[in-house]
Design a protein around this ligand. Structure first.
Ligand code: ZN
Length: 400
């Protein structure tokens, strides 16, 4: 099947072998609009804070942030799209039945120290990386810049103070953004893994649309949000799982993840994904937000090995085991996809789950050591040379 690449350059198209390999079972994900997914998104993205408070202030600027609504007929080509919603390969439960109340209580009143005890050390910009090799700059949470073979990909850029449709309520940054968006060098592509607020940020998208030319490479359906925000159609590339787009010498492939989506009251009408970024000599894998599932071994077989992986390790909870990984599962994913250096992401910047602030990286470090995995833990703003990553020094320990 051919796919249009509105950047004018190449296109590819894969099959969804990863999703249909038979190694994983297809069944359903929760129906849209159920209370449990709404609660979970609320916890994860702060939207619930808006709904719960209902204060007039919160509504200011809220409607545009909710984004657009995909046209279902545009999504029917996806094997993942059934009865109006996208589904995971296996049955993922955002919250097991009956656990919503407990999860909310734990999130709101759990005793874990959710904030760093002092200022998080930030590393200022150093300019573009050398054109050879692989370099990863982590800005906090999932926002990262991957530079490989002279190509650059900006991942899930979130420069706002809050991950919420509101500017006044919702999870707020625990450390400043380490670099100005202007300081990020020119990029060849901007990947958005899915449409939750901590990955798709309206003000950041508006600024990138104004100041840059790079295409936004997004899962199927997420283009509706971008179109609503006046991103030119020519800069939107929407991919199903298994689809690729080629931008110059860079090939970006959307691969399966186990998660869910939604920015308002509609659940799962846009797709979520993990990502393979391949340049002529190097490859990087980004997990997006996901539960641990059998699809990663298939991705490793098809696309691995990878020089580096960026893997979600934070925002897990016993109450939602299927849609975010624990640090141990993150390390297992790194091994499944055949990764070289593991760069843990999705921690440190926002308080989204009932665990201590530094726990994700502490557990990831322990698990990496147990499995002889090469780990790099940058400070926000720090750039890693994947060929020679600095030794992990436990910089976060002093902060809890
Ligand atoms: Zn997230």
């Amino acid at each position: 099947m051919a796919k249009r690449d509105r950047t004018g350059s190449v296109k590819t198209v894969g099959t969804t072998k990863t999703a249909r390999s038979g190694k994983v079972r297809r069944s359903g994900s929760p129906a849209p609009g159920r209370a449990a997914p709404w609660l979970l998104t609320s916890l994860l993205a702060g939207a619930g804070a808006v709904a719960a408070t209902g204060i007039g202030l919160a509504t200011r600027g809220l409607l545009p942030a909710l984004g657009g609504k995909p046209v279902p007929s545009d999504l029917l080509r996806s094997p993942q799209f059934h009865e109006g919603v996208f589904r995971n390969v296996s049955a993922a439960r955002p919250l097991p039945p009956g656990s919503a109340g407990g999860a909310a209580r734990e999130f709101l009143f759990g005793g874990q120290p959710r904030r760093p005890k002092g200022p998080v050390p930030l590393v200022p910009p150093r300019g573009p990386a050398p054109a050879d090799g692989v370099h990863v700059t982590w800005f906090g949470h999932a926002s990262s810049l991957v530079e490989l073979d002279g190509k650059r990909v900006l991942i899930d850029p979130v420069w706002s103070d809050r991950v919420s449709p509101s500017r006044v309520v919702g999870p707020k940054r625990l450390h400043p953004v380490p670099h100005r968006l202007d300081d990020v060098p020119d990029v060849d592509a901007i990947i958005i893994s899915h449409d939750h607020y901590d990955h798709l940020d309206l003000p950041t998208v508006l600024e990138l649309t104004r100041a840059r030319q790079a295409p936004f490479v997004v899962p199927l359906g997420v283009g509706a949000h971008l179109r609503k925000w006046r991103v030119p159609d020519s800069r939107i590339v929407e991919l199903d799982w298994g689809d690729s787009t080629t931008i110059g010498e860079l090939t970006i492939t959307a691969t399966p993840a186990q998660h869910f989506s939604g920015r308002a009251f509609q659940r799962n009408n846009t797709l979520w994904a993990s990502w393979v970024v391949a340049a002529p000599r190097h490859r990087v894998f980004y997990s997006g937000d996901t539960g641990y599932f059998g699809g990663f071994a298939t991705i490793g077989e098809q696309f691995g090995p990878f020089d580096a992986t960026l893997i979600q390790i934070g925002a897990y909870a016993p109450g939602w085991p299927d849609i975010h990984m624990t640090p141990e599962e993150g390390v297992a994913t790194h091994l499944d996809v055949r990764g070289g250096v593991l760069v843990p992401v999705h921690w440190a910047t926002f308080n989204l789950a009932p665990h201590a602030w530094g726990e994700p990286v502490e557990r990831a470090w322990k698990e990496a050591k147990a499995h002889d995995v090469k780990l790099a833990v940058p400070r926000p703003g720090e750039r890693i040379d994947v060929a020679a990553p600095a030794q992990v020094d436990g910089w976060w320990k002093a902060l809890g």
